[in-house]
Design a protein around this ligand. Structure first.
Ligand code: BGC
Length: 746
C-alpha cells in the first residue's frame, strides 16, 4: 500500500480501533497454547471487555509455531473489521530451531561476517515459520558479571557491540528497506543502558554520566538504527532517575531527533504500566499520556493504552495526532512486511513443516560459530588431545543436552549434540572413546527451590551425592586424562538471573577438588551464560575451554576442539574478574591521577586494593590458540595527521607454532590528554587473520580522525589536537608493540 492509502485507512478507524493497533497481547487471548515465555507481572491484565475489542489488537507476542500463527491470523481476519492483519513478534534472539552460541559467546568470535550469516539463518527459519518481528538484537553494553543478561549481551566494548548490532540487523532484515523474502524485522533493545543496573541487580536503576552514555552505551543502538532496524524496544530501568519508557530526553531528543529513528518504538513487557510502579506517574492514565507523548507506539502486554488512550485522544487533538502517528508507524511496518498483500507471509497452510529448519547447512553455520566462540583460557600443553589418549569425561555437562542457554525459547534441547555424542562422532577417526561418569548434579538438590517456577525443570539424579562422586573417582582413576564438563545451570543466567557471586555451583567445585587429588591432567570445560569467577579452581586444572552455551552443535564443536580438528581462536568480549569485589571491571576504564607504578606496586596511596590485584584474571581480548603468533614491530607511515588525513599502522604477524590458526589482531588507542579524561585504552579496530604454520602476513590499519573523536557533554562529538598512543597486540593487556602519533588541527 502507498502511504496515502495507509493514512486513509487510519482515517476510517474509530479511536478505539486505532488504539487497538498499539496493543500487544500473548497468544492465550486467542486460545493459543504456545506462549513460550512470560516475564511480566503475575496478574490478570485488566482489559475492559465492554470497550476493548480483542479483534482490534495490533500484534501478538511469542506465538511461534507456524500452525498457531496461521490459525490465529485466519480467525482474526475473519472477525476484524478493517482487514488489517496481526503482526507476530517473538523473542528469537540467537536461533529459532537451529540455535547458535549465546550472544556473549558469538562476539568472542570477532567474526561479524559469520554472525551476520548466522542471523540470516535465524531469519530464514523465522520467515518459514510465519514470524514477522524478532526482538533482537539486544545490544546492551555490560560491565558487571552479576547481571544475568550478560548472556544476551555483546559484552563490554562499544566497537564490538556496534559491529554486532550492525551484522545482526543486516542478517535479520536483509539490506533492503522493504523487508525481503526470507527476512523479518529487527527490534534493537533495550533503549537505553539496560545493561548497567546498579550492583548488577536485575531491573535496578542505572546511573550514568552523559559522557559514559554517549561514548560507551548509546553507539550500539545507533548502529542498529543506522543499519535500518525497524523497531526499537524501551528498557525497564530508570536512567538517572527517569524510567526509560517515559524518558523524554532519551526517546524524543536522542532516539527520534538525534538518531532520526523513523520506526516503531515498543515498550518492554509491561513497562508502560510500570511507570506507576516506579513512582514516576500517579496512575495508569498518566502513564498512557507519558508514553504516547514519548512516541512509544506499542504497549506490550498491559491494558494501559487500551483503557486510557481513547479518552485521552478524544479529548485532546494533540494526543490524537500522536496516536495517528503511532498507528501510521505500526501500519507502515505491516506494509513493509507485505502483510496487506499476504497476511500469511512465509507460511504454507498445506504443510506447516515446510521450510528450512535445522538443515545440514544451518547446523554447519552453527558449528562454525560455536568453534569460533569457545575460548581457550589456559593450556599447559595438554590440548589438543591425542587420539590414543585414555580419556574419562566427568561432570554433569558430559551428557547434558541443555546447552543452548536460557533465552533460546524456541529451540529444543533434544536437537542439541551433547559432549559425549560429539565425541562419539569422532570414533571413525580413531579416537579412543571416553568412559563417563556424571560426578554430581548441575545444582545441589538443596538449592533447586531458589529457581521458582523453573525448579521443576531442574533434574536431580536419584543417586546420592556420595555415590555419584565415588563413581566419578573410580572412572577417572582408570584414565590418563580427565575432561571435566562443569557449568552454571541454564536457570542461573538470562533474565532474572542476577547473582551476587557468580561462580560454579559448590557441589561441582567439590567434585573438581576430589578429582584433583588423583594427580591427573584435568581439562576443564565450562558452560555458562556469563564469565564466572574461576579464581578458586583455575590453578587446579591444566587447561580450560570456556564454552559458554554453544547452541545446537555444542558437543560436536567441543569434540572438534578437544582433538584439534578445530583450533580455538576466540578472544574474550568481556573481562573475567578475579573476585566480586573488583566489579565492575572493564579494560577501557578512565585514567586516574594515581595509577599503580610498576616500580612501586605496593605504594599505599595509589588507585588499588589492599587485598586484591587490579588486574583481571583474564583480560578483554584474551584467548589462546594451539599455535603461537609473534608480532613484529609496529610501523606508522607518518608521525602526524590533520583532520582530513590518515595514518597507516602496519604490523607483521607470524604463526610460529605448528598448527594453522586464526589470530585476532587488536588495535587500541589512548588519547593522552583531552578536555574530558579518556580511558587508558580503547579498542578502535581489529582484523582476524588466518595463518598457516610458519606463515606471516603484514596487516595494515588505517586510522582516521573519526576514530579519534569522543563525546564531550559540552561540545558533542569532537577530536582534539594532541598525542595518541597506539598499541597493536593480541589482547587489551598486550603493550609490547606501541607507537605514538599526533593529531594536528588548525
Ligand atoms: C524482556 C525483553 C523481551 C520481552 C518479551 C522482557 O521481559 O526484557 O527482552 O523481548 O520480555 O518477551
Amino acid at each position: 500500500m502507498r502511504k496515502e492509502e495507509l493514512v486513509q485507512l487510519i482515517g476510517s478507524l474509530t479511536t478505539e480501533e486505532k488504539v487497538g493497533q498499539l496493543i500487544q497481547l500473548t497468544g492465550n487471548f486467542f486460545d493459543a497454547e504456545d506462549t513460550v515465555m512470560e516475564t511480566g507481572p503475575l496478574k490478570k491484565i485488566g482489559f475492559n471487555e465492554e470497550t476493548f475489542d480483542l479483534y482490534s489488537t495490533g500484534s501478538l507476542l511469542n506465538v511461534v509455531e507456524p500452525k498457531n500463527i496461521y490459525e490465529i491470523q485466519k480467525k482474526y481476519l475473519a472477525k476484524t473489521k478493517h482487514n488489517i492483519p496481526l503482526l507476530f513478534m517473538a523473542d528469537v534472539i540467537y536461533g529459532y530451531k537451529t540455535i547458535f552460541p549465546i550472544p556473549i559467546a558469538q562476539t568472542c568470535s570477532w567474526n561479524f561476517d559469520l554472525i551476520e550469516k548466522a542471523a540470516k539463518v535465524m531469519a530464514k527459519e523465522c520467515y518459514d515459520s510465519g514470524i514477522h518481528v524478532t526482538f533482537a538484537p539486544m545490544v546492551d553494553i555490560v560491565r558487571d558479571i552479576r547481571w544475568g543478561r550478560v548472556l544476551e549481551s555483546p559484552g563490554e566494548d562499544p566497537i564490538l557491540a556496534r559491529e554486532y548490532a550492525k551484522s545482526m540487523t543486516k542478517g535479520i532484515q536483509g539490506d533492503e528497506s522493504i523487508l525481503p523474502q526470507d527476512h523479518l524485522a529487527a527490534c534493537v533493545k533495550h533503549f537505553a543502558a539496560y545493561g548497567a543496573p546498579i550492583a548488577g541487580k536485575e531491573y535496578n536503576g542505572v546511573e550514568l554520566s552523559e559522557e559514559a552514555l554517549h561514548n560507551v552505551y548509546l553507539p550500539s543502538y545507533q548502529a542498529a538504527i543506522d543499519a535500518g532496524s525497524k523497531l526499537v524496544m524501551t528498557a525497564f530501568n530508570t536512567l538517572n532517575g527517569i524510567p526509560c519508557t517515559g524518558n523524554k530526553w532519551l526517546n524524543q531528543e536522542i532516539l527520534r531527533e538525534e538518531f532520526q529513528f523513523p520506526g516503531v518504538l515498543i515498550s518492554d513487557y509491561a513497562a508502560i504500566e510500570e511507570l506507576k510502579v516506579h513512582g514516576y506517574t500517579e496512575n495508569d492514565l498518566e502513564s498512557a499520556k507519558m508514553a504516547i507523548e514519548n512516541t512509544v507506539d506499542i504497549d506490550m502486554k498491559t491494558s494501559v493504552y487500551a483503557n486510557h488512550l481513547p479518552a485521552l485522544a478524544n479529548e485532546n487533538p494533540e494526543i490524537m495526532k500522536l496516536l495517528d502517528d503511532s498507528v501510521l508507524r505500526v501500519l507502515e511496518l505491516k506494509n513493509d512486511l507485505g502483510l496487506f498483500e499476504d497476511p500469511y507471509r512465509g507460511l504454507d497452510p498445506l504443510d506447516f513443516s515446510k521450510g528450512e529448519r535445522l538443515t545440514t547447512q544451518h547446523r554447519q553455520t552453527s558449528l562454525q560459530l560455536a568453534e569460533e566462540s569457545v575460548v581457550l583460557l589456559k593450556n599447559e600443553q595438554v590440548l589438543p588431545l591425542k587420539k590414543a589418549e585414555k580419556v574419562a569425561v566427568i561432570g554433569p555437562y558430559g551428557e547434558e543436552k541443555a546447552t543452548i542457554g536460557f533465552w533460546a525459547i524456541t529451540g529444543d534441547t533434544k536437537d542439541t549434540v551433547s559432549l559425549l555424542e560429539g565425541l562419539k562422532q569422532l570414533a571413525d577417526e580413531g579416537i579412543v572413546l571416553p568412559a563417563f561418569a556424571k560426578g554430581c548434579n548441575i545444582l545441589p538438590a538443596s538449592e533447586v527451590d531458589q529457581y521458582d517456577k523453573y525448579s521443576q525443570s531442574i533434574d536431580i539424579d536419584t543417586h546420592s551425592e556420595e555415590s555419584l562422586l565415588e563413581e566419578a573417582i573410580k572412572v577417572a582413576s582408570n584414565a590418563d586424562t580427565i575432561v571435566l564438563a562443569l557449568g552454571e545451570s541454564t536457570y542461573q543466567s538470562g533474565e532474572g538471573g542476577s547473582r551476587t557471586t557468580p561462580c560454579l555451583p559448590k557441589n561441582q567445585v567439590k567434585l573438581l577438588k576430589a578429582l584433583k587429588k588423583l594427580g591427573k591432567k584435568i581439562i576443564l570445560i565450562v558452560y555458562a551464560g556469563r564469565p564466572l569467577l574461576l579464581d578458586e579452581i583455575v590453578w587446579d586444572v591444566a587447561a580450560i575451554l570456556y564454552a559458554w552455551f554453544p547452541g545446537t552443535m555444542s558437543g560436536q564443536a567441543l569434540a572438534n576442539i578437544l582433538y584439534g580438528k578445530a583450533n580455538p581462536c576466540a578472544k574474550l568480549s568481556m573481562t573475567f574478574p578475579r573476585s566480586v569485589g573488583q566489579l565492575p571491571i572493564y579494560y577501557n576504564s578512565g585514567s586516574t591521577g594515581r595509577p599503580v607504578q610498576a616500580s612501586n606496586p605496593k605504594h599505599r596511596f595509589a588507585s588499588r586494593y589492599l587485598d586484591e590485584d587490579n588486574s583481571p584474571l583474564y583480560c578483554f581480548g584474551y584467548g589462546q590458540s594451539y599455535t603461537e603468533f609473534a608480532y613484529g614491530k609496529v610501523e606508522l607511515d607518518k608521525e602526524s595527521m590533520d583532520e582530513n588525513g590518515t595514518i597507516t599502522a602496519s604490523v607483521t604477524v607470524k604463526n610460529t607454532g605448528s598448527y594453522a590458526g586464526k589470530e585476532i589482531v587488536q588495535l587500541y588507542l589512548q588519547d593522552t590528554a583531552a578536555s574530558v579524561v579518556r580511558p587508558v585504552k580503547e579498542l578502535k579496530d581489529f582484523q582476524k587473520v588466518i595463518l598457516d604454520s610458519g606463515e606471516e602476513k603484514t596487516l595494515q590499519f588505517k586510522i582516521t580522525e573519526q576514530q579519534l573523536r569522543f563525546y564531550s557533554p559540552k561540545e558533542g562529538w569532537i577530536s582534539e589536537s594532541g598525542a595518541f598512543n597506539l598499541f597493536i597486540g593480541k589482547d587489551s593487556e598486550d603493550n609490547q608493540q606501541q607507537g605514538r602519533f599526533y593529531l594536528i588541527k588548525n
